[in-house]
Write a protein that binds this ligand. Structure first.
Ligand code: SF4
Ligand code: SF4
Length: 357
């Protein structure tokens, strides 16, 4: 049974982090020449629930990561905004305080536009054959996952598993996970500039009289057109069937865990909002801050987080202590499916022992 180490919120200072993360400390266990990625989510513009730089720094310092071989990282997203291309994303991360010299540099893992990939063949128990992950993952020796545990529109809740599966996917991998829908063109936004046609390697974008249309028979879901459209006219519909989304996301999580060594997952149980850090308005926290947990198993840590949030007394009176609050918010999105599938395909185990610091 895996230990999930738990630091309560009142002990969240450097001494507390040092004790929490002592079993995973890098010094003497990893080569000084190793390249180490610290996977974070620097927050969408307007979001306020992302894990702040001061707490990321405490984790980096507690693990004694060598600054000159370590980088903070995340991948670009499918939708418009400041996280769609690397230059804009780096400047957003800078605006949110993820910057040198206090922290290692923030580098976007999937290239300038989200198309730099590293492909991992998945084992036979997965329906997905190849995971299309961020190129940087294939070049790192180790990764530390720092995740925010909170609600999520499609996955029910998001923690280490979601951060691994979606967070390390290149644009094509993200689109695949969402691919019970294809991208579509919002005609009132389209200026008929035809820039998207040139980037589509599948000749899937056809011209109409004054706009373009995506041919679903030809589209491979690579996502290149989404990032190319200067007017944000190519969109993805997010309202998709939960099961296929969750199972693909968990299979991608397995791919990411196979691509590099991940000695520790760190989940923060603070600002536990109904929606995720990709949202401009994530909503008020559903319970008071709980603390931070660390573990070597992404399934065990998410199970422990779900149990801690379930036990917590809700801030507003729409849920009860002892109930799955995420399921109450979105009855059609059972996040526990992530844990079940994760165990089934060998990503980790739900059994754990909580060790309070
Ligand atoms: S790039 Fe965007 S605006 Fe230009 S034709 Fe394609 S969808 Fe329309
Ligand atoms: S997602 Fe890729 S294949 Fe599909 S229309 Fe866009 S560029 Fe073409």
């Amino acid at each position: 049974m895996t230990d999930v180490r738990f630091l309560p919120v009142e002990k969240m200072n450097q001494a507390g982090f040092n004790e929490l993360l002592a079993p995973y400390r890098f010094v003497n266990t990893k080569s000084n020449r190793d390249l180490t990625a610290v996977k974070i989510h620097p927050g969408e513009e307007g979001n306020s629930s992302y894990i702040p730089p001061s707490l990321v720094k405490m984790v980096v310092d507690a693990l004694e990561l060598p600054y000159r071989r370590t980088f903070l990282t995340d991948t670009t997203v499918l939708y418009g905004g400041r996280r769609m291309t690397a230059p804009d994303y780096v400047s957003l991360a800078w605006d949110h305080g993820f910057r040198m010299p206090d922290l290692p540099p923030f580098i976007v893992a999937d290239g300038l536009a989200g198309t730099d990939e590293f492909r991992v063949a998945l084992p036979p128990q997965c329906e997905t054959k190849i995971a299309r992950l961020a190129a940087a993952l294939g070049r790192t020796d180790n990764a530390v996952m720092i995740s925010h545990f909170k609600g999520h529109l499609l996955a029910g809740f998001g923690g280490s598993i979601k951060h691994l599966g979606m967070g390390w996917a290149a644009k094509a991998g993200k689109l695949y996970q969402h691919s019970s829908v294809m991208p579509y063109v919002k005609e009132d936004k389209c200026t008929f500039c035809k820039a998207c046609i040139a980037v589509c390697g599948s000749s899937a974008i056809e011209t109409l009289e004054s706009t373009v249309r995506i041919n679903e028979q030809k589209c491979t879901g690579c996502g290149d057109c989404i990032q190319r459209c200067p007017f944000g006219a190519i969109r993805v519909s997010w309202n998709q069937e939960a099961h296929s989304f969750i199972s693909r996301m968990v299979e991608y999580a397995l791919g990411a865990s196979m691509a590099t060594t991940i000695p520790v997952y760190v989940n923060f149980l603070i600002n536990i909002s109904p929606d995720c850090d990709c949202m401009k308005n994530e909503g008020p926290p559903i319970v008071n801050d709980i603390g931070v947990v660390a573990c070597s198993d992404p399934v065990a840590i998410d199970q422990a987080c779900l149990d801690l949030v379930t036990e917590a007394i809700p801030r507003e009176g729409n849920a009860k202590a002892g109930t799955d609050k995420f399921l109450q918010i979105r009855p059609d999105r059972d996040g526990r499916e992530q844990l079940r599938i994760g165990e089934e395909i060998g990503l980790g185990n739900i059994e754990y022992r909580l060790v309070k610091i």
